[in-house]
Design a binder for this molecule. Structure first.
Ligand code: ZN
Length: 244
């Protein structure tokens, strides 16, 4: 089975469509949350996802749009974008987002937006945070989003000191997940923050246990123009061009 793994689409339809084209044939989409927030096309992105067989998690921005968490914990730009998103999402999209959970197990893989310790909030950005989360993971591989940075944290088997090593993604080369334990982030489709503005995603074969990180070009200026028309915060518009 070929699974398209995406996260943090954040209402960026041009980026999402580029990923759907770039991915080639796939059987299912696994989305790790934050379909909305920041970008100009929240309704269109949810509609596009729902055209495909898929599994989707809730992220912190999805919950914020629903009023399920305090929007004042967001910085002022994220808050402004979230308020704008609240003003445009349809009742159908709200109902869809309401149906999502922030964590689930799918075909022997743990899927969570933030971390197993704090599914909505925690950012796994460093090996220490990954090490603190490994004991809570009941499967061998855990797929996370939320940081917008593609990365793997690998913990070898027979590792008595429970240390893990961070590994930068090797693009377009499948890695084998058949040994050791893993926390893997595919990166963000709609708002990359690793200094690379191209849309990030991954292709996973859950049965063969192989994963390939990938990047796709998309017309950034199309999204930026829509954001200007929606009067979304300037900093959010500019950051798409630098991937940060
Ligand atoms: Zn996000």
């Amino acid at each position: 089975m070929r699974c398209l793994l995406v996260s943090d689409v954040h209402g960026n339809l041009a980026a999402f469509d580029a990923v759907l084209r770039d991915a080639g044939q796939f059987d299912v989409i696994w989305c790790l949350g934050d379909m909305v927030g920041y970008g100009p096309d929240p309704n269109e992105c949810v509609a596009r996802l729902r055209e495909y067989p898929h599994v989707c998690l809730a992220g912190n921005h999805d919950w914020a749009v629903l009023g399920k968490l305090d929007i004042h914990t967001f910085n002022s730009d994220a808050r402004a974008a979230n308020q704008w998103t609240q003003s445009v999402v349809t009742a159908a999209v709200q109902a869809y987002l309401q149906s999502l959970m922030p964590q689930r197990v799918e075909q022997g893989y743990t899927l969570v937006h933030g971390s197993p310790r704090q599914p909505i909030w925690e950012y796994i950005l460093d090996p220490l945070t990954a090490e603190l989360n490994f004991p809570l993971i009941t499967t061998r591989v855990c797929l996370v989003g939320h940081t917008h940075v593609p990365v793997c944290f690998y913990m070898p088997e027979d590792n008595d000191d429970h240390l893990c090593e961070p590994r930068s993604p090797r693009y377009d080369q499948p890695i084998s997940l058949t040994s050791g334990r893993w926390i893997i982030n595919p990166g963000s489709v709609g708002q990359p923050r690793d200094g690379n503005p191209r849309a990030a995603y991954a292709i996973l074969d859950p049965e063969a246990a192989t994963l390939e990180h990938r990047r796709a070009d998309y017309p950034i200026e199309v999204t930026q123009q829509k954001m200007r028309e929606a009067k979304l915060p300037r900093r959010l518009i500019e950051r798409l061009a630098i991937g940060h």
